[in-house]
Design a protein around this ligand. Structure first.
Ligand SMILES: C[S@@+](CC[C@H](N)C(=O)[O-])C[C@H]1O[C@@H](n2cnc3c(N)ncnc32)[C@H](O)[C@@H]1O
Length: 233
């Protein structure tokens, strides 16, 4: 299993308590995910959430689709434990797996068996070649007509834009958590999980999806480095 800072309790707790809710347009991103899924597959039954964290995206989907069940997968023990707790209301429709998506995920789905695969802020921890391989695997796991949506941290087009993204993100964190901006900036720029980020531009990743064979592959929403993109099979 690959090792990242996400396997640490303090990192996962900080993310869930101070970052998840502060993500700019986080609610809108989930809304757009649902709108695009609804348009292409009105009632997905078999769902997978890769790098599920506490189950944030899976919960939105299971709430929206009462007949659906989901496999939630994460390589962080503290996150899996939190997901088991937070997703308790959905326990009959959830399979929460402690696993690493940098290794094959075929055994958690089966070829052509899934209607919808989502991921939130997780795949950018893989090297680019591994990202592409995972997108290929996702395509193979999807049933014809199935859909993949990735809500993701992507690379800025230029270093200046990256600076702007970082400054605006700090603004959001400080104001959401009602904390001193300097303290938040200090924490943000020195955070331990920064080194786990291997960001790639969203336009390039959408091109990979097209090359793999995804239809309607596009970026459906973007604010600075945060993008909602995907495609259908
Ligand atoms: C920033 S959190 C996002 C959690 C959740 N998807 C959300 O939208 O809030 C990233 C998650 O991806 C998981 N992750 C990172 N690399 C992974 C890998 N190789 N295999 C499985 N999970 C991974 C981390 O453990 C962490 O829970």
């Amino acid at each position: 299993m690959s090792t990242t800072n996400w396997q640490r309790q303090d990192v996962t707790q900080h993310y869930l308590e101070q970052v998840r809710g502060a993500i700019p347009f986080g609610v809108e991103q989930a809304k757009i995910m649902l709108q695009v899924i609804n348009h292409f597959t009105s009632s997905p039954k078999r769902i997978m959430d890769l790098g599920c964290g506490n189950g944030f995206l899976a919960e939105v989907l299971l709430k929206s689709y009462p007949e659906a069940s989901a496999v939630l997968l994460d390589h962080s023990k503290p996150m899996v434990e939190t997901a088991r707790n937070d997703m308790n209301d959905y326990r009959d429709r959830c399979d929460i797996v402690h696993a690493d998506f940098s290794q094959s995920i075929q055994k958690y789905g089966g070829k052509g068996s899934l209607d919808c695969i989502v991921s939130g802020y997780a795949i950018h921890h893989l090297p680019h070649e591994k990202k592409r391989e995972l997108y290929q695997e996702i395509y193979e796991l999807l049933a014809p007509g199935g859909i993949f949506i990735n809500i993701e941290h992507t690379a800025s087009a230029t270093p200046e834009l990256e600076k702007l993204h970082d400054e605006l993100f700090v603004d959001h964190l400080a104001s959401h958590n009602k904390r001193n901006r300097n303290d938040v900036a200090q924490e943000y720029y020195n955070r331990s999980d920064k080194d786990d980020n291997i960001l790639e531009r969203v336009d390039l990743q959408v091109d990979w999806l097209r090359e793999i064979g995804f239809n309607h592959a596009d970026c459906y929403f973007k604010w600075m480095e945060l993008a909602v993109f995907g495609g259908t099979k």
